[in-house]
Design a protein around this ligand. Structure first.
Ligand code: ACM
Ligand code: ZN
Length: 719
C-alpha cells in the first residue's frame, strides 16, 4: 500500500502545473492533469482491499465490468489519509483510488464517475471509454454533510427513496435523516405496536388519520417495513450514507395520538369545531405510562438503525396543552418546575436515558436547548435561524447547521415559483454563498459545527404529483449541488463564478441521472416594440401567448405592443425553468369585493381583513357538504384570469376538499363553471365581467377546525 501512495505522490510531483478543474461537483481540493489517461475496456477488472468490496461492486456495476482478485482499477484503504479523504490517480496503466476509510474510497469512486461520460449515470456507458489522466487529492471540510427528507407529509416509497439516495451519493452527501413520524403519518413498522404504521401510514378515505395536503377522499400512503428499512440502510451504506431516523416527539404527534389517544394530556377537549376530531398533537410528559410506549418504540428503532444517533424531534411543541393538563401542572409543582420549557427538557432527558439504555445517543432540533440540562453530546440541529444555530454552538453542543433561510429546500427559489416563503426565498447562489463566519459565528462557535444539513419538508409535494419525483427534484436541484460543495469544501476556496460554470457543464450529468432540475430563469427584455428572451445555457426556449393553448418554440424577438401577453420557459431533457415574463405580466388588480358565507368568520381573521387583500380569512368552523363562500365585487370585474381559493397561501390546508364553482355576471344568476382542485379554481377568459363567484363545498369536513379563505387573485386584461 505504501508503494501506491508513493507512486501517486511521484505522479503529482511530475505532472506539473494545476490544470483547470473539470466539472467536478463538489470540487476536489487539488486536481492535477496528466498527459496520458487510461482506457476502460470490457477486459478491465477492479480489484480492491477487503474493506472496499461494496464500493468495488458499485463501481463494477456502473461500468459494466467485473471485480476480480487482480485488476487495473484498484480500490485501497489507507487510514493515514484520514476520514473520508481519498486520492484518485488515473494513469496509463490503470486507476487507483486510495481512501482513508470506506467512505474515502466511495468518495473517490463518485469523483471517478464524474470523470466519465454522462452515460455512466444512465447505465448506458459504452466501452472502451477513455478517462483523462489526472491525480486528485481530496478531503471533506465537514464530517456531517446531511440531507433531511420528510416522508410523512408526502409518502415516498422504497423505490423512489433508493433513487433519491443515488442522487445524494453522487454528490458526497453522507447522512440522510428520514423524518419518519409527524402529525400526518407514521412511516416505520414497529413490531411491538404494529398499529402505528398499519394505521398511521395511511390517511384519507376511511382512515382515522386526519387527511391533509391532498388525496382527501382516497386512503393514501404507505410505510417502510423493518425489512424494507434494512434494505434501504444497506443500500445507503454501500453509498457511504448513514440513515438517521427521526421520531418527532413530543409535539408533531397527532398521528400517534389518533391511534393512541391515551398519550394525550388529561382534560376534556372540545372537538366540535373539528367535527369530532381531536387535533391535539402533544404527548403528555407527566404520564409515566407514555414512557413505556416510547421505550418500546425507541428500542426497536435503536435495534433497526445502526446510526449512533437517533433524532427524537423536540420542535414546535404546543405548550398550551401541558398548561391545561392537571397532571402536568401537578407534576411541575411536585418537581419545582416553573416553565413548560423545563418540562420539555425533562421529557427529552427521559428519551435520552431510554436511548442510552439501547446504546444510542440523542439528536434533537434546536427548540429544546435553552440552558436546560440536555446531555452535552446531544447532536443539535439548528433550524430556526442562524442565531439559534449560533447559540446552540456557543452552548457547546455538536451543532448541525441548517437554518431554514439557507437550507430549507421547500422554500421558493424566486417569487413566482412554487414552494413556501416563511423562511426566505432563495436560489442556489444563496446556498453556495453560505458562510458561518460571514453570518456571525465566532471562531469558538465554529469549532462546534460538525456539519451542515439541507432539508425538504414535503407539505407542498403531497398536493402536487408525488407519484413523480419532479417536484422534489425541482426544489432540490441544483440547490443541492451548491449545498454539497459548501459542505464538502467549506468556504475558503469557494468561487461562485467557477461553480456556476461547472453547474451548467454538469447539466449533462443531471440529464443522464434523470433529474427534473430547475434551469435558471431566462432573461426577458422589451425594447423598441420587440420582446426578446435568452438563456445562458443550452436549454431550449418556448413561449406562450395569453389566450392561446399552444406553446411555441422561441426563435426570434417578437414584435408586439402587448409584451405582458407573453410568457417564456426554457427546457432541456427533464429540466424546466420557472415561467418568466415582463413585470406587467405578474401584476394583479384588487377591485373592491365582499366575502359572504354560510359560515361566520373569526374576529382575528375576519372577512373584512381578507377583503383588503394580502390576508386570509378564517371561518369559525369546519365546512361540510353544502357550505358555501361567495365573493361579490362592487363592480363587475373584467380580467384575463381570476383565481378563487380556499386554504392557506402556498398550501392546500384548511380547504374545501372538493367543491363546485359558480360564476355570476349579474349577481343573481349563477352558472357552474368548474370544480375546485386542491381547494382552488382559476376562471380564465371569462366571456363577461364577473360580478360574483360562489364556491360550494361538496365534501364532508375532515377535521380541519376552520376553512381559510383567500382574497381572489386577479390578473387584468392585457391592453
Ligand atoms: C421544523 O422545521 N419544524 C424543524
Ligand atoms: Zn399532561
Amino acid at each position: 500500500m505504501r508503494r501506491l501512495i508513493l507512486l501517486i505522490c511521484m505522479m503529482c510531483a511530475t505532472i506539473g502545473a494545476m490544470a483547470q478543474t473539470m466539472s467536478l461537483i463538489p470540487a476536489p481540493r487539488s486536481y492535477t492533469s496528466a498527459a496520458q489517461g487510461y482506457d476502460i475496456t470490457y477486459k478491465t477488472t477492479i480489484c480492491c482491499d477487503e474493506g472496499a468490496i461494496p464500493a468495488a461492486n458499485y463501481l463494477a456495476d456502473k461500468l459494466g465490468i467485473k471485480v476480480s482478485s487482480q485488476g487495473d482499477i484498484y480500490l485501497a484503504i489507507d487510514d493515514r489519509l484520514g476520514a473520508e479523504a481519498y486520492q484518485l490517480s488515473v494513469y496509463t496503466d490503470g486507476i487507483i483510488i486510495v481512501g482513508g476509510d470506506y467512505g474515502g474510497v466511495f468518495n473517490g469512486v463518485t469523483t471517478l464517475l464524474q470523470l466519465l461520460p454522462a452515460e455512466v449515470y444512465s447505465s448506458n456507458l459504452t466501452l472502451p471509454c477513455s478517462v483523462k489522466g489526472c491525480a486528485i487529492e481530496d478531503a471533506p471540510r465537514y464530517e456531517h454533510r446531511g440531507f433531511m427528507l420528510d416522508v410523512c407529509r408526502t409518502w415516498i416509497d422504497k423505490e423512489a427513496l433508493l433513487s433519491y439516495i443515488d442522487l445524494l451519493a453522487y454528490h458526497k452527501i453522507n447522512s440522510l435523516r428520514l423524518h419518519l413520524t409527524d402529525d400526518e403519518a407514521w412511516r416505520i413498522e414497529i413490531k411491538s405496536h404494529h398499529e402505528l404504521a398499519k394505521v398511521g401510514g395511511y390517511r384519507g378515505g376511511d382512515s382515522p388519520i386526519w387527511p391533509r395536503y391532498g388525496k382527501w377522499n382516497k386512503k393514501w400512503g404507505g410505510y417502510y417495513t423493518q425489512d424494507d428499512m434494512r434494505e434501504i440502510i444497506t443500500y445507503a451504506a454501500q453509498r457511504n450514507i448513514k440513515i438517521v431516523p427521526e421520531i418527532d416527539l413530543p409535539g408533531h404527534s397527532l398521528c400517534l395520538a389518533t391511534i393512541h389517544p391515551e398519550v394525550l394530556c388529561r382534560y376534556d377537549h372540545n372537538t366540535a369545531a373539528a367535527l369530532g376530531y381531536d387535533v391535539r398533537s402533544v404527548i403528555c410528559p407527566s404520564n409515566e405510562r407514555n414512557y413505556k410506549l416510547l421505550d418500546d418504540i425507541l428500542r426497536e428503532v435503536s435495534t433497526l438503525f445502526p446510526s449512533e444517533y437517533i433524532h427524537v424531534g423536540g420542535d414546535e411543541v404546543d405548550f398550551s396543552q401541558w398548561k391545561r393538563c392537571p397532571d402536568c401542572r401537578a407534576f411541575m409543582q411536585r418537581t419545582n418546575m416553573s416553565t413548560t420549557e423545563e418540562l420539555q427538557a425533562y421529557f427529552m432527558l427521559r428519551l435520552s436515558e431510554i436511548l442510552e439504555k439501547y446504546g444510542k445517543r440523542m439528536a434533537i432540533w434546536d427548540d429544546v436547548v435553552s440552558g436546560q440540562n440536555i446531555p452535552a453530546d446531544t447532536h443539535v440541529y439548528g433550524w430556526q435561524s442562524v442565531n439559534r444555530c449560533r447559540s446552540v454552538a456557543a452552548a457547546g453542543y455538536p451543532t448541525i447547521v441548517m437554518p431554514g433561510d439557507y437550507f430549507y429546500f421547500d422554500m421558493k427559489q424566486s417569487e413566482h415559483e412554487p414552494g413556501h416563503d416563511w423562511a426566505a426565498i432563495f436560489d442556489m447562489s444563496k446556498v453556495y454563498n453560505f458562510s458561518p463566519a460571514a453570518v456571525g459565528f465566532t471562531a469558538n462557535e465554529q469549532k462546534n459545527i460538525i456539519g451542515l444539513e439541507a432539508s425538504f419538508f414535503s407539505e407542498a409535494y403531497a398536493s402536487r404529483n408525488p407519484e413523480s419525483p419532479a417536484y422534489l427534484h425541482y426544489q432540490t436541484f441544483p440547490r443541492l449541488l451548491a449545498f454539497a460543495e459548501v459542505a464538502w469544501i467549506g468556504t475558503d476556496s469557494r468561487n461562485w463564478d467557477g461553480f456556476h460554470k461547472r453547474v451548467v457543464d454538469y447539466y449533462d450529468n443531471l440529464d443522464a441521472m434523470g433529474v427534473y432540475y430547475r434551469l435558471e430563469p431566462p432573461v426577458v427584455e422589451y425594447e423598441n416594440g420587440k420582446l426578446s428572451a435568452s438563456v445562458s445555457d443550452e436549454s431550449t426556449l418556448f413561449y406562450r401567448q395569453e389566450g392561446s393553448d399552444r406553446t411555441l418554440r422561441y426563435l426570434a424577438p417578437i414584435a408586439t405592443n402587448t409584451p405582458a401577453a407573453y410568457r417564456f420557459v426554457s427546457r432541456r431533457a427533464l429540466a424546466i425553468s420557472p415561467t418568466v415574463a415582463v413585470d406587467d405580466y405578474f401584476e394583479v388588480i384588487t377591485p373592491a369585493f365582499d366575502i359572504t358565507s354560510s359560515m361566520s368568520d373569526r374576529a382575528q381573521y375576519s372577512f373584512d381583513k381578507a377583503e383588503g387583500y394580502g390576508r386570509i380569512a378564517r371561518t369559525r368552523r369546519a365546512a361540510t357538504i353544502g357550505d358555501w363562500v361567495m365573493f361579490t365585487f362592487a363592480e363587475p370585474v373584467e380580467c384575463r384570469s381570476m383565481k378563487v381559493a380556499t386554504g392557506n397561501f402556498q398550501l392546500p390546508r384548511y380547504i374545501f376538499e372538493s367543491g363546485d364553482v359558480y360564476v355570476s355576471y349579474d349577481g343573481e344568476n349563477f352558472t357552474l363553471v368548474g370544480k375546485l382542485k386542491a381547494g382552488a379554481y382559476v376562471i380564465e377568459n371569462s366571456p363577461q365581467p364577473i360580478k360574483a363567484v360562489r364556491i360550494v363545498c361538496t365534501s364532508r369536513g375532515n377535521g380541519a377546525e376552520w376553512v381559510s379563505i383567500q382574497p381572489p387573485t386577479i390578473y387584468p386584461v392585457i391592453k
